[in-house]
Design a protein around this ligand. Structure first.
Ligand code: GDP
Ligand code: MG
Length: 233
């Protein structure tokens, strides 16, 4: 078997996720303890308005496997992922969102098929969003398939598993939510095996989605243009 995971960093950014950060910390620890993994949690507080970082700091007093990065200004999803990736030290990285819409216990399914892959991204069987949001997501994925000659179904979900060695061979430039797609595309272009696994996602229990705003859409388009120019120059 090519890959067996025993060493795992779980990385998630938090922004307006103060109600879920604690749930996600507990779930992450329980997953890693159940599987007896050598693990660490890497959490990035992207200048959260409600100071989610202080909740993380409380947990850090009793658990030295938790690392916190605090941005002094809000830098965006992509910058947060990049900050976190820089300090992930385990062999594999499970990256997710801080809002608990993904089930990190899906890692168990991922680890069953990981021997075939260097990275597994996920796709949502059912998108639990408005028809408008589903339409935007469909257009987005079609556009990425066309622009990057790839076939991924749902390239920007918030749950992916990445081999750290593979990541070290690529440079990431997205500042926003395109970063997940950039990882899959650039790894694939380097010849790494990127697989897809179907998952379920869960409704937000707290707050509202902040990702589909005009600002984020414009920033995502800028990231797409930048990454495409890098790849096809
Ligand atoms: N670091 C960072 N994360 C953000 C920002 N905006 C949203 N997020 C995070 O991105 C994740 C997904 O956002 P969400 O609005 O739930 O998007 P959706 O799940 O696609 O509806 C959440 O965990 C948010 O905390 C931001 O400005 N910076
Ligand atoms: Mg979400």
């Amino acid at each position: 078997m090519k890959n067996k995971i025993s060493s795992l960093s779980i990385l998630f950014p938090v922004f307006k996720d103060s109600k879920t950060v604690e749930i996600l910390i507990k779930k992450s620890i329980s997953l890693c303890e159940e599987l007896s993994l050598d693990y660490e949690l890497v959490i990035v507080d992207d200048c959260c308005p409600e100071n989610s970082g202080s909740i993380v700091k409380n947990y850090m007093k009793s658990n030295n496997k938790i690392k916190l990065i605090t941005h002094e200004i809000n830098k965006g999803y992509g910058e947060s992922i990049k900050s976190g990736l820089k300090i992930c030290s385990k062999d594999w990285i499970l990256q997710t969102d801080g809002d608990n819409q993904y089930d990190i216990f899906d890692f168990k399914k991922m680890s069953k098929i990981i021997h075939n892959y260097d990275c597994i991204i996920t796709f949502r069987y059912k998108k639990i969003y408005s028809s408008f949001r589903i339409f935007i997501s469909w257009i987005y994925n079609k556009l990425i398939q066309l622009l990057f000659k790839s076939n991924f179904r749902d390239i920007s979900t918030g749950l992916r598993l990445i081999k750290r060695d593979a990541l070290e061979s690529i440079e990431l430039s997205s500042q926003n939510a395109f970063v997940g797609a950039e990882i899959a595309i650039k790894l694939m272009l380097k010849g790494y095996q990127v697989g897809e696994m179907g998952i379920s996602t869960y409704p937000r229990e707290f707050g509202t989605s902040t990702i589909i705003t005009l600002r984020n859409i414009i920033n995502t388009i800028k990231d797409i243009i930048k990454v495409r120019a890098e790849i096809f120059k």
